[in-house]
Design a protein around this ligand. Sequence first.
Ligand SMILES: Cc1cc2nc3c(=O)[nH]c(=O)nc-3n(C[C@H](O)[C@H](O)[C@H](O)COP(=O)(O)OP(=O)(O)OC[C@H]3O[C@@H](n4cnc5c(N)ncnc54)[C@H](O)[C@@H]3O)c2cc1C
Length: 445
Amino acid sequence: MKPQPAVPFDVLGVGFGPSNLATAIAIAENNKRLRPACSYCFIEKQEQFIWHRDMLLPDSDMQISFIKDLVTLRDPTSPFTFVNYLHEKGRLEAFINRKSFFPSRIEFNDYLRWVAVRFEDGCHYGVEALSIEPETSTDGVVRSLVVRARAEGGGEVVRRTHDLVLAVGGAPHVPPAFATLGADARVFHSSRYLRAITEPELASRAGLHVAVVGAGQSAAEIALDLHGRFADAKIDMLFRGVALKPADDTPFVNEIFNPEFTDFVFAQPEERRREIIGQFRETNYAVIDADLLGRIYEIVYQQRVRGDARLRLQGRIKIANAVASRDGVHMTILDAAGDEPVSRQYDAVVLATGYERDIRHPLLAPLAGYLEDFEVERDYRLRTRPDFRPRIHVQGLSEDTHGLSDTLLSVLAIRSQEIALSLVEAKRRRLSEAASEQESMAQAG
Ligand SMILES: Cc1cc2nc3c(=O)[nH]c(=O)nc-3n(C[C@H](O)[C@H](O)[C@H](O)COP(=O)(O)OP(=O)(O)OC[C@H]3O[C@@H](n4cnc5c(N)ncnc54)[C@H](O)[C@@H]3O)c2cc1C
């Protein structure tokens, strides 16, 4: 890693997934046409760019049009479009011939990596942020931040910055019944699926019996993957709802993911926002793409024809308890009918139970005293006290205020520019304050 300057960067980005990759593009493109230019640096805990690496399943497709890539909605002429990626890779015509808006996730990851390579100088991989702390000047005003991080191999990395963009994604949600089993290799969240299921202990086992907990897209993809990966595995999909449900991606509903819908949601009072988000939850949470649902139904139907049940769906249940022993993971399952609890034993349990995203992110804890109750402005900036000058923008943590597109790819091209413009404005303000200060010093001297 290059030696780092003691002067703060204008912008430090924590996390280098799609959100901050889009931010890097927006800053770099603005630097070519706007003044002042902003210096930037991103840190990413993974060793290289990779998008949800343990869910890059061979059969998984994007749930969003390729046109909603990192830039097109803002600037279709940008060199970082998905179309330009296809063109450079020599697959544009072939992609068109597929007659689908939806690339595979493996291809979309390849596109994102293709962009990320072009920003390699601006991102330090293998560096995990541990804290974000204020730097107070002698006049009591906070003008910069110190980010402390751990590098690969354990060494400490320290970066100083004026402004910050936090885009670290969600934290895996583990239901309470599994809270004490975190260290057991047989119980794992979907975010670790490929790594865990390919471990020899599980991968080489005959007649594997796996529970997949959840009823969303990841649960369905994992159940299908297990079904195809292990010819003799038994898979139980366990979920609270009555039936697996389809994701609503019909055109009128899809308009809630248009960038201007963010303005609408943000302008509503808190209660109304909650109502709107609740009304459209079935676009994203605990729902499954209709074609995937069709494939699962067909498997279950053909099992009935043959009289076997390798893939079983069990809804209306609650997992009361889970305990691990040498011979397996034992779960106590209650069903909605109030029958006697049932005990089941599995070789592995996959928790496809989603993610938690809290605007009160632990990394921001040292700054809490300077933040106005973690309220977020329309441009994704945390509201701060007047004696705190750094701008802190968050991505993916403000669904409550900005709507359901916040955790998705839908608005990346627009959101990244809204943030990048705020960062230019912040630098302008800094330069002008520094100029006035120099002027008053010159007058005083
Ligand atoms: C399996 C799966 C499929 C999905 N498919 C779609 C889809 O088809 N369409 C769609 O719109 N959305 C989809 N999503 C939603 C997803 O949230 C977005 O696609 C996207 O990943 C959001 O990007 P992000 O950069 O905000 O977060 P992430 O992609 O989660 O990236 C955050 C990055 O921050 C890094 N990081 C975290 N903590 C630290 C730290 N302390 N220090 C340094 N780095 C850190 C992480 O390693 C990661 O690289 C999918 C989600 C999953 C899980």
